[in-house]
Design a protein around this ligand. Sequence first.
Ligand SMILES: Cc1cc2nc3c(=O)[nH]c(=O)nc-3n(C[C@H](O)[C@H](O)[C@H](O)COP(=O)(O)OP(=O)(O)OC[C@H]3O[C@@H](n4cnc5c(N)ncnc54)[C@H](O)[C@@H]3O)c2cc1C
Ligand code: SF4
Length: 322
Amino acid sequence: MKNPAEFRLMRPATIGDAIQAFIQNDDALYLAGGTDLIANIRRGIKRPRALIELNTIREMRGIERVDGGLRIGANTTLAELVASSDLVGAHAVLARAASLVAGPTHREVATLGGNLSLDTRCVYYNQSEWWRSANDYCLKSGGEVCHVAPNTRQCFACYSGDIAPAALVLGAKVGLAGPEGARTIPLQDLYREDGADHLSLRRGEIVTDVFVPVAPSLRTGYEKVRVRGAVDFPLAGVAVALHRDADKLSGLSIAFTGTNSRPLLVEGTAALTGTHLDAVALGKLVARQIKPMRSTSISYLYRRKVASNVARTLALRLWTGD
Ligand SMILES: Cc1cc2nc3c(=O)[nH]c(=O)nc-3n(C[C@H](O)[C@H](O)[C@H](O)COP(=O)(O)OP(=O)(O)OC[C@H]3O[C@@H](n4cnc5c(N)ncnc54)[C@H](O)[C@@H]3O)c2cc1C
Ligand code: SF4
């Protein structure tokens, strides 16, 4: 890693000031905790001439109870999520996912907004300038070919943030603000299946907060598989939320990270409800929809199998209440 090239640093006090700073410097990038972005700048992957720091914006901080749920500011750190007394019951899955992100020092500065907006990752991309140039780069970094799938024109770099799947199974929405105004969208609409351009954020748009609806009697959990037991991105991460009504499964949501270019909310789970939990059918449904590619040093076949198995065991555990 090299020292970064010179850049201007702006420290706005409000969301409006941050957007104005972007309008005046549209070669700028937003910076939150910097645990992802600064590493990418030092690798020469990103070369902003200006950084607009978001952590100085107080209105984007904190967790509050609002009508129908919780509002969590995008500047809330992952350590604050882990320690929050508001994230109880079904919402505890957010704290659980946050607790598994990187290491304790990262979590002190890393933010919810930065985690949801994390760049996609690939073994051919998260490398030094020298390494990438020796391979003639790739589609995501200005080259002509994807080394993972050379016969395609698509990038399959993987989304690997831990919190998105947990928020997805809770039905979260995100608040956005940008030069074209403010809007609220379902979290799943923040993402698309394109490793080179996986966020649907408009130019200059900021994730300002996350709204999580109340979820009484929802049983939730998050599990992740990684190479090292600590400080590692997920090879596969799965969140499950289910409603059990006596011996009947009356609601089921499953979401993944580390398998696709977007955090994937599994479709078709309603077909599994109305009876007891069928873990075999659940495993098959998952295996059909997730698409791990050769974008990590670990076999994509292993990732597909382990993701499906973890989903099954987690759902069974929530079903039995163990
Ligand atoms: C060694 C190591 C291990 C890691 N392990 C994990 C892991 O296990 N799981 C995991 O999920 N992550 C992991 N990470 C990545 C990173 O630490 C976290 O995802 C963290 O939550 C990113 O948040 P941040 O505030 O530091 O984001 P930043 O680095 O500041 O920003 C990340 C990206 O999001 C954009 N951004 C930030 N905030 C906003 C906003 N509010 N609105 C719009 N765009 C925004 C930035 O422009 C940038 O593109 C790891 C990083 C390292 C270095
Ligand atoms: S999936 Fe292909 S284009 Fe995308 S980062 Fe990896 S090698 Fe590059």
